[in-house]
Design a binder for this molecule. Structure first.
Ligand code: ADP
Ligand code: MG
Length: 504
Protein backbone atom coordinates (compact mmCIF):
# COMPACT_ATOMS: atom_id res chain seq x y z
CA UNK A 1 0.00 0.00 0.00
CA UNK A 2 2.79 2.34 1.16
CA UNK A 3 4.70 1.61 -2.01
CA UNK A 4 1.72 2.48 -4.13
CA UNK A 5 1.38 5.82 -2.36
CA UNK A 6 5.06 6.55 -2.82
CA UNK A 7 4.84 5.48 -6.45
CA UNK A 8 1.88 7.78 -7.10
CA UNK A 9 3.61 10.61 -5.30
CA UNK A 10 6.72 10.16 -7.42
CA UNK A 11 4.59 9.97 -10.54
CA UNK A 12 2.81 13.21 -9.65
CA UNK A 13 6.11 14.90 -8.89
CA UNK A 14 7.58 13.81 -12.20
CA UNK A 15 4.48 15.00 -14.05
CA UNK A 16 4.59 18.31 -12.16
CA UNK A 17 8.24 18.72 -13.07
CA UNK A 18 7.48 17.95 -16.70
CA UNK A 19 4.64 20.50 -16.74
CA UNK A 20 6.88 23.03 -15.00
CA UNK A 21 9.60 22.37 -17.55
CA UNK A 22 7.15 22.89 -20.41
CA UNK A 23 5.84 26.09 -18.83
CA UNK A 24 9.34 27.40 -18.15
CA UNK A 25 10.43 26.38 -21.65
CA UNK A 26 7.46 28.19 -23.14
CA UNK A 27 8.17 31.24 -21.04
CA UNK A 28 11.79 31.27 -22.11
CA UNK A 29 10.78 30.87 -25.77
CA UNK A 30 8.10 33.52 -25.43
CA UNK A 31 10.58 35.87 -23.77
CA UNK A 32 13.03 35.27 -26.56
CA UNK A 33 10.33 35.95 -29.17
CA UNK A 34 9.30 39.08 -27.36
CA UNK A 35 12.87 40.24 -27.16
CA UNK A 36 13.25 39.83 -30.93
CA UNK A 37 10.12 41.88 -31.59
CA UNK A 38 11.16 44.56 -29.14
CA UNK A 39 14.49 44.59 -30.99
CA UNK A 40 12.59 45.47 -34.19
CA UNK A 41 10.84 48.28 -32.35
CA UNK A 42 14.08 49.64 -30.86
CA UNK A 43 15.74 49.60 -34.25
CA UNK A 44 12.77 51.49 -35.71
CA UNK A 45 12.95 54.06 -32.93
CA UNK A 46 16.67 54.55 -33.41
CA UNK A 47 16.39 54.95 -37.17
CA UNK A 48 13.43 57.35 -36.91
CA UNK A 49 15.17 59.51 -34.33
CA UNK A 50 14.49 63.22 -34.81
CA UNK A 51 16.57 64.88 -32.14
CA UNK A 52 16.70 68.64 -31.92
CA UNK A 53 20.12 68.57 -33.59
CA UNK A 54 18.87 66.49 -36.48
CA UNK A 55 15.82 68.67 -36.99
CA UNK A 56 18.06 71.72 -37.14
CA UNK A 57 20.07 70.02 -39.88
CA UNK A 58 16.88 69.37 -41.83
CA UNK A 59 15.83 73.01 -41.37
CA UNK A 60 19.19 74.18 -42.73
CA UNK A 61 19.09 71.68 -45.60
CA UNK A 62 15.60 72.88 -46.59
CA UNK A 63 16.75 76.51 -46.65
CA UNK A 64 19.89 75.60 -48.64
CA UNK A 65 17.90 73.56 -51.19
CA UNK A 66 15.44 76.43 -51.58
CA UNK A 67 18.33 78.72 -52.47
CA UNK A 68 19.69 76.14 -54.93
CA UNK A 69 16.30 75.62 -56.59
CA UNK A 70 15.91 79.38 -57.02
CA UNK A 71 19.43 79.76 -58.39
CA UNK A 72 19.08 77.54 -61.44
CA UNK A 73 16.63 75.28 -63.22
CA UNK A 74 17.34 71.74 -61.96
CA UNK A 75 19.66 73.14 -59.27
CA UNK A 76 17.88 71.20 -56.55
CA UNK A 77 15.37 68.43 -56.01
CA UNK A 78 13.10 71.32 -55.02
CA UNK A 79 11.65 72.58 -58.30
CA UNK A 80 10.77 76.00 -56.82
CA UNK A 81 8.28 76.70 -59.62
CA UNK A 82 7.31 80.26 -60.45
CA UNK A 83 3.57 80.83 -60.21
CA UNK A 84 3.38 84.39 -61.60
CA UNK A 85 1.10 85.20 -58.69
CA UNK A 86 2.59 88.48 -57.52
CA UNK A 87 -0.13 89.84 -55.27
CA UNK A 88 -2.35 87.99 -52.89
CA UNK A 89 -6.03 88.73 -52.26
CA UNK A 90 -6.53 91.28 -49.51
CA UNK A 91 -10.27 91.55 -49.06
CA UNK A 92 -10.97 94.31 -51.56
CA UNK A 93 -12.03 91.79 -54.24
CA UNK A 94 -15.57 92.19 -55.44
CA UNK A 95 -17.95 90.23 -57.64
CA UNK A 96 -18.86 86.66 -58.47
CA UNK A 97 -16.08 84.28 -59.42
CA UNK A 98 -15.89 80.61 -60.19
CA UNK A 99 -13.33 77.99 -59.34
CA UNK A 100 -12.60 74.51 -60.54
CA UNK A 101 -10.53 72.24 -58.30
CA UNK A 102 -9.02 69.23 -60.06
CA UNK A 103 -6.28 67.30 -58.36
CA UNK A 104 -7.39 63.87 -57.25
CA UNK A 105 -10.25 61.47 -57.44
CA UNK A 106 -12.92 64.16 -57.10
CA UNK A 107 -13.24 67.51 -58.73
CA UNK A 108 -15.19 70.42 -57.40
CA UNK A 109 -16.77 73.48 -58.92
CA UNK A 110 -17.35 76.51 -56.75
CA UNK A 111 -18.97 79.90 -57.00
CA UNK A 112 -17.72 82.58 -54.64
CA UNK A 113 -19.41 85.92 -54.12
CA UNK A 114 -17.12 88.62 -52.83
CA UNK A 115 -18.47 91.70 -51.13
CA UNK A 116 -15.42 93.93 -51.29
CA UNK A 117 -14.95 94.37 -47.55
CA UNK A 118 -12.23 92.41 -45.80
CA UNK A 119 -13.15 88.83 -45.05
CA UNK A 120 -16.50 89.07 -46.71
CA UNK A 121 -17.01 85.99 -48.74
CA UNK A 122 -20.76 86.52 -49.06
CA UNK A 123 -21.57 83.09 -50.22
CA UNK A 124 -20.04 80.08 -51.78
CA UNK A 125 -21.60 77.08 -53.42
CA UNK A 126 -19.79 73.86 -54.05
CA UNK A 127 -20.50 70.88 -56.23
CA UNK A 128 -18.36 67.78 -55.85
CA UNK A 129 -18.16 65.06 -58.43
CA UNK A 130 -15.96 62.01 -58.88
CA UNK A 131 -13.94 61.75 -62.09
CA UNK A 132 -15.06 58.57 -63.85
CA UNK A 133 -12.10 56.18 -63.87
CA UNK A 134 -12.05 55.76 -67.67
CA UNK A 135 -11.64 59.51 -68.18
CA UNK A 136 -8.41 59.51 -66.17
CA UNK A 137 -6.68 57.59 -68.96
CA UNK A 138 -8.74 58.71 -71.94
CA UNK A 139 -8.10 61.84 -74.07
CA UNK A 140 -7.81 65.44 -72.90
CA UNK A 141 -10.91 66.26 -74.95
CA UNK A 142 -13.01 63.64 -73.16
CA UNK A 143 -11.81 64.75 -69.73
CA UNK A 144 -12.30 68.48 -70.29
CA UNK A 145 -15.65 68.03 -72.08
CA UNK A 146 -16.88 66.18 -69.01
CA UNK A 147 -15.62 68.90 -66.66
CA UNK A 148 -16.98 71.72 -68.85
CA UNK A 149 -20.43 70.08 -68.96
CA UNK A 150 -20.49 69.84 -65.20
CA UNK A 151 -19.38 73.46 -64.90
CA UNK A 152 -22.08 74.56 -67.36
CA UNK A 153 -24.77 72.78 -65.36
CA UNK A 154 -23.54 74.54 -62.23
CA UNK A 155 -23.47 77.98 -63.91
CA UNK A 156 -26.93 77.45 -65.38
CA UNK A 157 -28.30 77.06 -61.87
CA UNK A 158 -27.35 80.63 -61.04
CA UNK A 159 -30.02 82.98 -59.73
CA UNK A 160 -31.91 85.03 -62.38
CA UNK A 161 -30.16 88.30 -61.65
CA UNK A 162 -26.79 86.70 -62.39
CA UNK A 163 -27.70 84.71 -65.47
CA UNK A 164 -29.67 87.46 -67.24
CA UNK A 165 -26.47 89.26 -68.06
CA UNK A 166 -24.44 87.37 -70.64
CA UNK A 167 -21.10 88.46 -69.30
CA UNK A 168 -17.82 86.70 -69.57
CA UNK A 169 -17.30 84.91 -66.28
CA UNK A 170 -13.90 84.49 -64.70
CA UNK A 171 -12.59 81.24 -63.34
CA UNK A 172 -9.78 80.25 -61.01
CA UNK A 173 -8.49 76.81 -61.98
CA UNK A 174 -6.78 74.72 -59.29
CA UNK A 175 -4.90 72.03 -61.15
CA UNK A 176 -2.75 70.10 -58.66
CA UNK A 177 -0.30 68.44 -60.99
CA UNK A 178 3.21 69.69 -61.85
CA UNK A 179 2.82 72.55 -64.30
CA UNK A 180 5.37 74.78 -65.95
CA UNK A 181 3.67 78.10 -65.58
CA UNK A 182 3.78 80.51 -68.54
CA UNK A 183 1.72 83.28 -66.95
CA UNK A 184 -0.58 83.47 -63.96
CA UNK A 185 -3.38 82.02 -66.07
CA UNK A 186 -1.57 79.51 -68.25
CA UNK A 187 0.97 76.72 -68.08
CA UNK A 188 1.98 73.41 -69.64
CA UNK A 189 1.56 70.03 -67.98
CA UNK A 190 4.94 68.55 -67.00
CA UNK A 191 3.62 65.11 -66.04
CA UNK A 192 0.57 63.42 -64.66
CA UNK A 193 0.46 61.95 -61.14
CA UNK A 194 -2.15 60.34 -58.88
CA UNK A 195 -3.48 57.80 -61.37
CA UNK A 196 -4.05 60.17 -64.30
CA UNK A 197 -2.39 59.16 -67.55
CA UNK A 198 -3.69 61.10 -70.56
CA UNK A 199 -0.78 60.98 -72.97
CA UNK A 200 -1.94 63.65 -75.41
CA UNK A 201 -2.05 66.19 -72.56
CA UNK A 202 1.59 66.19 -71.43
CA UNK A 203 3.31 69.33 -72.71
CA UNK A 204 -0.02 70.96 -73.59
CA UNK A 205 -1.24 74.26 -72.23
CA UNK A 206 -3.77 73.37 -69.54
CA UNK A 207 -6.04 76.44 -69.45
CA UNK A 208 -6.36 76.37 -73.24
CA UNK A 209 -7.65 72.77 -73.11
CA UNK A 210 -10.31 73.79 -70.60
CA UNK A 211 -11.25 76.99 -72.45
CA UNK A 212 -11.72 75.09 -75.73
CA UNK A 213 -13.99 72.59 -73.98
CA UNK A 214 -15.98 75.44 -72.40
CA UNK A 215 -16.43 77.01 -75.82
CA UNK A 216 -17.62 73.66 -77.21
CA UNK A 217 -20.21 73.57 -74.44
CA UNK A 218 -21.31 77.15 -75.07
CA UNK A 219 -19.93 78.50 -71.82
CA UNK A 220 -18.58 82.04 -71.92
CA UNK A 221 -15.83 81.74 -69.34
CA UNK A 222 -12.14 82.56 -69.13
CA UNK A 223 -9.40 81.09 -66.92
CA UNK A 224 -8.06 84.06 -64.96
CA UNK A 225 -5.73 82.07 -62.68
CA UNK A 226 -4.17 78.63 -63.00
CA UNK A 227 -2.76 77.50 -59.64
CA UNK A 228 -2.07 74.46 -57.54
CA UNK A 229 -3.73 73.69 -54.21
CA UNK A 230 -1.00 75.14 -52.00
CA UNK A 231 -1.18 78.47 -53.85
CA UNK A 232 -4.99 78.50 -53.43
CA UNK A 233 -4.51 77.87 -49.72
CA UNK A 234 -2.02 80.73 -49.45
CA UNK A 235 -4.48 83.02 -51.25
CA UNK A 236 -7.34 82.23 -48.89
CA UNK A 237 -5.06 82.46 -45.87
CA UNK A 238 -3.86 85.90 -46.97
CA UNK A 239 -7.39 87.04 -47.71
CA UNK A 240 -8.29 86.43 -44.06
CA UNK A 241 -4.98 87.45 -42.52
CA UNK A 242 -2.46 89.72 -44.25
CA UNK A 243 0.46 88.29 -42.23
CA UNK A 244 0.13 84.98 -44.07
CA UNK A 245 3.43 84.33 -45.88
CA UNK A 246 3.35 80.62 -46.70
CA UNK A 247 1.01 77.69 -47.11
CA UNK A 248 1.48 74.00 -46.49
CA UNK A 249 -0.66 71.08 -47.63
CA UNK A 250 -0.48 67.91 -45.53
CA UNK A 251 -3.12 65.54 -46.86
CA UNK A 252 -2.79 62.60 -49.21
CA UNK A 253 0.35 64.30 -50.46
CA UNK A 254 2.34 67.24 -49.15
CA UNK A 255 3.53 70.51 -50.70
CA UNK A 256 4.26 74.10 -49.76
CA UNK A 257 4.47 77.54 -51.32
CA UNK A 258 5.45 80.97 -50.07
CA UNK A 259 5.90 84.57 -51.10
CA UNK A 260 9.48 85.19 -52.29
CA UNK A 261 11.25 88.42 -53.27
CA UNK A 262 11.74 88.54 -57.04
CA UNK A 263 15.40 89.52 -56.67
CA UNK A 264 16.01 86.23 -54.83
CA UNK A 265 14.72 84.27 -57.84
CA UNK A 266 18.10 84.21 -59.55
CA UNK A 267 17.06 81.72 -62.23
CA UNK A 268 14.61 84.25 -63.62
CA UNK A 269 16.71 87.39 -63.92
CA UNK A 270 15.03 90.68 -64.56
CA UNK A 271 11.70 89.45 -63.28
CA UNK A 272 9.68 92.51 -62.42
CA UNK A 273 6.44 92.52 -60.52
CA UNK A 274 4.53 95.41 -59.05
CA UNK A 275 4.72 93.95 -55.57
CA UNK A 276 8.40 92.99 -55.80
CA UNK A 277 7.44 89.46 -54.84
CA UNK A 278 6.14 86.27 -56.35
CA UNK A 279 4.62 83.13 -54.92
CA UNK A 280 6.93 80.15 -55.43
CA UNK A 281 5.49 76.64 -55.54
CA UNK A 282 8.21 74.58 -53.88
CA UNK A 283 6.95 71.08 -54.78
CA UNK A 284 8.55 70.18 -51.43
CA UNK A 285 7.33 66.60 -51.53
CA UNK A 286 10.46 65.90 -53.59
CA UNK A 287 12.83 67.45 -51.01
CA UNK A 288 15.72 65.22 -50.00
CA UNK A 289 18.62 65.47 -47.59
CA UNK A 290 21.06 62.95 -46.16
CA UNK A 291 19.98 64.22 -42.74
CA UNK A 292 16.50 62.74 -43.10
CA UNK A 293 16.17 59.73 -40.79
CA UNK A 294 15.53 56.86 -43.19
CA UNK A 295 14.71 53.23 -42.40
CA UNK A 296 14.71 50.03 -44.43
CA UNK A 297 10.91 50.33 -44.53
CA UNK A 298 11.21 53.68 -46.34
CA UNK A 299 13.72 52.22 -48.78
CA UNK A 300 11.42 49.27 -49.57
CA UNK A 301 8.35 51.49 -49.84
CA UNK A 302 10.18 53.72 -52.31
CA UNK A 303 11.44 50.77 -54.35
CA UNK A 304 7.91 49.33 -54.59
CA UNK A 305 6.37 52.68 -55.56
CA UNK A 306 5.58 53.68 -59.15
CA UNK A 307 7.98 56.66 -58.77
CA UNK A 308 11.17 55.42 -57.04
CA UNK A 309 13.66 58.14 -56.04
CA UNK A 310 10.97 60.81 -56.27
CA UNK A 311 8.90 62.47 -53.58
CA UNK A 312 11.20 61.23 -50.80
CA UNK A 313 10.02 63.80 -48.25
CA UNK A 314 6.38 63.14 -49.11
CA UNK A 315 6.87 59.40 -48.64
CA UNK A 316 7.95 59.99 -45.02
CA UNK A 317 5.29 62.54 -44.21
CA UNK A 318 1.99 62.34 -46.04
CA UNK A 319 -1.25 60.48 -45.53
CA UNK A 320 -0.81 58.35 -48.60
CA UNK A 321 2.16 56.55 -47.03
CA UNK A 322 2.17 56.57 -43.20
CA UNK A 323 -0.23 53.63 -42.84
CA UNK A 324 1.85 51.61 -45.27
CA UNK A 325 5.06 52.21 -43.31
CA UNK A 326 3.30 50.88 -40.20
CA UNK A 327 2.05 47.84 -42.16
CA UNK A 328 5.62 47.07 -43.21
CA UNK A 329 6.87 47.23 -39.60
CA UNK A 330 4.10 44.93 -38.35
CA UNK A 331 4.87 42.50 -41.17
CA UNK A 332 8.52 42.43 -40.17
CA UNK A 333 7.61 41.87 -36.51
CA UNK A 334 5.21 39.13 -37.49
CA UNK A 335 7.91 37.40 -39.54
CA UNK A 336 10.42 37.78 -36.73
CA UNK A 337 8.28 35.95 -34.17
CA UNK A 338 4.73 34.64 -34.08
CA UNK A 339 3.37 37.07 -31.50
CA UNK A 340 0.68 38.01 -34.04
CA UNK A 341 -0.06 34.32 -34.75
CA UNK A 342 0.73 32.91 -38.19
CA UNK A 343 1.85 35.63 -40.64
CA UNK A 344 -1.35 37.07 -42.12
CA UNK A 345 -1.38 37.32 -45.91
CA UNK A 346 -3.11 40.71 -45.51
CA UNK A 347 0.13 42.11 -44.11
CA UNK A 348 1.70 41.72 -47.53
CA UNK A 349 -0.97 43.77 -49.27
CA UNK A 350 0.31 47.28 -50.05
CA UNK A 351 -1.79 50.14 -48.70
CA UNK A 352 -4.29 47.87 -46.97
CA UNK A 353 -3.72 49.80 -43.73
CA UNK A 354 -4.86 53.27 -44.68
CA UNK A 355 -3.61 56.21 -42.64
CA UNK A 356 -7.00 57.09 -41.05
CA UNK A 357 -7.10 53.51 -39.67
CA UNK A 358 -3.58 53.85 -38.37
CA UNK A 359 -4.63 57.13 -36.70
CA UNK A 360 -7.64 55.41 -35.14
CA UNK A 361 -5.33 52.80 -33.60
CA UNK A 362 -2.86 55.42 -32.44
CA UNK A 363 -5.58 57.48 -30.79
CA UNK A 364 -7.45 54.56 -29.20
CA UNK A 365 -7.66 55.54 -25.54
CA UNK A 366 -9.81 52.64 -24.34
CA UNK A 367 -8.15 50.62 -21.55
CA UNK A 368 -8.29 47.38 -23.56
CA UNK A 369 -7.36 49.08 -26.86
CA UNK A 370 -10.51 47.66 -28.41
CA UNK A 371 -10.25 49.72 -31.61
CA UNK A 372 -6.70 48.46 -32.16
CA UNK A 373 -7.97 44.90 -31.65
CA UNK A 374 -10.83 45.47 -34.08
CA UNK A 375 -8.64 46.93 -36.84
CA UNK A 376 -6.00 44.21 -36.43
CA UNK A 377 -8.73 41.60 -36.68
CA UNK A 378 -10.99 43.13 -39.37
CA UNK A 379 -8.40 44.70 -41.67
CA UNK A 380 -5.22 42.72 -41.14
CA UNK A 381 -6.88 39.43 -40.16
CA UNK A 382 -4.89 39.18 -36.96
CA UNK A 383 -7.51 38.00 -34.45
CA UNK A 384 -7.15 37.83 -30.65
CA UNK A 385 -4.01 39.94 -30.36
CA UNK A 386 -3.20 40.19 -26.63
CA UNK A 387 -3.14 43.61 -24.97
CA UNK A 388 0.65 43.62 -24.87
CA UNK A 389 0.78 43.18 -28.65
CA UNK A 390 -1.86 45.85 -29.21
CA UNK A 391 0.25 48.26 -27.14
CA UNK A 392 3.22 47.46 -29.33
CA UNK A 393 1.21 48.35 -32.46
CA UNK A 394 0.23 51.70 -30.93
CA UNK A 395 3.89 52.36 -30.25
CA UNK A 396 4.79 51.67 -33.89
CA UNK A 397 2.10 54.13 -35.05
CA UNK A 398 3.47 56.67 -32.61
CA UNK A 399 7.05 56.40 -33.86
CA UNK A 400 6.04 56.71 -37.53
CA UNK A 401 3.67 59.65 -36.99
CA UNK A 402 5.99 61.50 -34.65
CA UNK A 403 8.80 61.39 -37.20
CA UNK A 404 6.45 62.56 -39.97
CA UNK A 405 5.09 65.47 -37.95
CA UNK A 406 8.51 66.59 -36.74
CA UNK A 407 9.94 66.52 -40.26
CA UNK A 408 7.01 68.56 -41.55
CA UNK A 409 7.71 71.06 -38.74
CA UNK A 410 11.37 71.22 -39.79
CA UNK A 411 10.23 71.90 -43.37
CA UNK A 412 8.08 74.81 -42.21
CA UNK A 413 10.93 76.17 -40.09
CA UNK A 414 13.16 75.88 -43.19
CA UNK A 415 10.82 78.18 -45.13
CA UNK A 416 10.73 80.63 -42.22
CA UNK A 417 14.51 80.57 -42.10
CA UNK A 418 14.76 81.26 -45.85
CA UNK A 419 12.53 84.33 -45.56
CA UNK A 420 14.06 85.56 -42.32
CA UNK A 421 11.08 84.85 -40.12
CA UNK A 422 12.71 82.30 -37.83
CA UNK A 423 14.28 84.86 -35.53
CA UNK A 424 17.79 84.18 -36.84
CA UNK A 425 18.03 87.64 -38.40
CA UNK A 426 17.74 86.82 -42.11
CA UNK A 427 17.09 89.56 -44.60
CA UNK A 428 13.58 90.91 -44.72
CA UNK A 429 12.62 93.64 -47.17
CA UNK A 430 11.93 96.98 -45.62
CA UNK A 431 13.41 96.00 -42.31
CA UNK A 432 16.38 97.91 -41.02
CA UNK A 433 19.18 96.20 -39.18
CA UNK A 434 18.35 97.92 -35.95
CA UNK A 435 14.74 96.78 -36.12
CA UNK A 436 14.87 93.55 -34.21
CA UNK A 437 11.18 93.12 -33.63
CA UNK A 438 9.94 89.69 -34.51
CA UNK A 439 7.12 90.04 -36.98
CA UNK A 440 3.85 88.20 -36.66
CA UNK A 441 3.97 85.34 -39.16
CA UNK A 442 1.11 83.14 -40.30
CA UNK A 443 1.36 79.88 -42.23
CA UNK A 444 -1.88 78.62 -43.78
CA UNK A 445 -2.33 74.86 -43.48
CA UNK A 446 -4.72 72.50 -45.18
CA UNK A 447 -5.05 68.75 -45.58
CA UNK A 448 -6.75 65.88 -43.82
CA UNK A 449 -3.64 64.55 -42.09
CA UNK A 450 -3.11 67.82 -40.25
CA UNK A 451 -6.75 68.68 -39.61
CA UNK A 452 -8.08 65.22 -38.67
CA UNK A 453 -5.14 63.53 -36.94
CA UNK A 454 -4.76 65.20 -33.55
CA UNK A 455 -1.56 63.42 -32.50
CA UNK A 456 0.11 64.39 -35.79
CA UNK A 457 -0.89 68.01 -35.33
CA UNK A 458 0.29 68.09 -31.71
CA UNK A 459 3.66 66.56 -32.54
CA UNK A 460 4.08 69.08 -35.36
CA UNK A 461 3.33 72.05 -33.09
CA UNK A 462 5.60 70.70 -30.37
CA UNK A 463 8.51 70.30 -32.79
CA UNK A 464 7.99 73.73 -34.36
CA UNK A 465 8.09 75.33 -30.89
CA UNK A 466 11.20 73.33 -30.07
CA UNK A 467 12.96 74.42 -33.27
CA UNK A 468 11.96 78.09 -33.17
CA UNK A 469 12.29 78.55 -29.43
CA UNK A 470 9.75 80.09 -27.11
CA UNK A 471 10.24 83.72 -28.07
CA UNK A 472 9.90 83.29 -31.83
CA UNK A 473 7.13 80.67 -31.54
CA UNK A 474 4.88 83.21 -29.91
CA UNK A 475 4.84 85.13 -33.18
CA UNK A 476 4.33 82.19 -35.54
CA UNK A 477 0.81 80.90 -36.12
CA UNK A 478 -0.39 77.94 -38.14
CA UNK A 479 -3.92 78.61 -39.33
CA UNK A 480 -6.21 76.09 -40.94
CA UNK A 481 -8.03 77.33 -44.01
CA UNK A 482 -11.03 75.49 -45.31
CA UNK A 483 -11.50 74.78 -49.01
CA UNK A 484 -8.57 77.09 -49.72
CA UNK A 485 -7.62 75.05 -52.73
CA UNK A 486 -10.95 75.98 -54.33
CA UNK A 487 -11.98 79.30 -52.84
CA UNK A 488 -8.39 80.56 -53.05
CA UNK A 489 -8.36 80.03 -56.81
CA UNK A 490 -11.55 82.09 -57.16
CA UNK A 491 -9.96 84.83 -55.04
CA UNK A 492 -6.90 84.78 -57.27
CA UNK A 493 -9.09 85.02 -60.36
CA UNK A 494 -10.46 88.17 -58.77
CA UNK A 495 -7.17 89.69 -57.65
CA UNK A 496 -4.77 88.94 -60.49
CA UNK A 497 -4.38 91.80 -62.87
CA UNK A 498 -0.77 91.17 -63.69
CA UNK A 499 0.32 90.03 -67.12
CA UNK A 500 3.90 89.04 -66.42
CA UNK A 501 5.08 86.35 -68.78
CA UNK A 502 7.52 83.47 -68.67
CA UNK A 503 11.04 84.58 -67.87
CA UNK A 504 14.08 84.26 -70.10
P1 ADP B 1 -6.28 65.54 -50.54
O1 ADP B 1 -4.93 65.66 -49.95
O2 ADP B 1 -6.47 64.26 -51.30
O3 ADP B 1 -6.72 66.75 -51.30
P2 ADP B 1 -7.38 65.91 -47.93
O4 ADP B 1 -6.65 67.16 -47.74
O5 ADP B 1 -8.80 65.88 -47.51
O6 ADP B 1 -7.36 65.39 -49.39
O7 ADP B 1 -6.60 64.79 -47.14
C1 ADP B 1 -7.05 63.50 -47.16
C2 ADP B 1 -5.96 62.64 -46.60
O8 ADP B 1 -5.73 62.95 -45.23
C3 ADP B 1 -6.31 61.17 -46.64
O9 ADP B 1 -5.77 60.58 -47.80
C4 ADP B 1 -5.65 60.61 -45.42
O10 ADP B 1 -4.36 60.18 -45.72
C5 ADP B 1 -5.53 61.78 -44.47
N1 ADP B 1 -6.56 61.70 -43.45
C6 ADP B 1 -7.86 62.02 -43.54
N2 ADP B 1 -8.50 61.81 -42.37
C7 ADP B 1 -7.58 61.33 -41.51
C8 ADP B 1 -7.61 60.91 -40.15
N3 ADP B 1 -8.71 60.92 -39.43
N4 ADP B 1 -6.47 60.51 -39.62
C9 ADP B 1 -5.34 60.49 -40.33
N5 ADP B 1 -5.24 60.84 -41.60
C10 ADP B 1 -6.35 61.26 -42.19
MG1 MG C 1 -6.73 68.74 -51.45
Amino acid sequence: MGRVVVGVAVGVAVAACAVAAVVVGRRVRSKRKWRRVVGVLRELEDNCETTFGRLRQVVDAMAVEMHAGLASEGGSKLKMLLTFVDTLPNGSEKGTYYALDLGGTNFRVLRVQLGGGRSSILDNDVKRQPIPQHLMTSTSEDLFDFIASSLKEFVDQEGDAESSVDRRRELGFTFSFPVKQISVSSGTLIKWTKGFAIRDMVGMEVSGCLEQAMTRKGLNMKVAALVNDSVGTLALGHYHDADTVAAVIIGTGTNACYMERTDAIIKCQGLLTTSGGMVVNMEWGNFWSAHLPRTTYDIDLDADSPNPNYQGFEKMISGMYLGDIVRRVILRMSEEADIFGPVSSKLSMPFILRTPLMAAMHEDDSPELTEVGRILSDILEIPHAPLKVRKLVVKVCDVVTRRAARLAAAGIAGILKKIGRDGSGGKTPGRSRSDNRIRRTVVAVEGGLYTSYTMFREYLHEALNEILGEEVSQHVFLKVTEDGSGIGAALLAASQSSNIQQCG
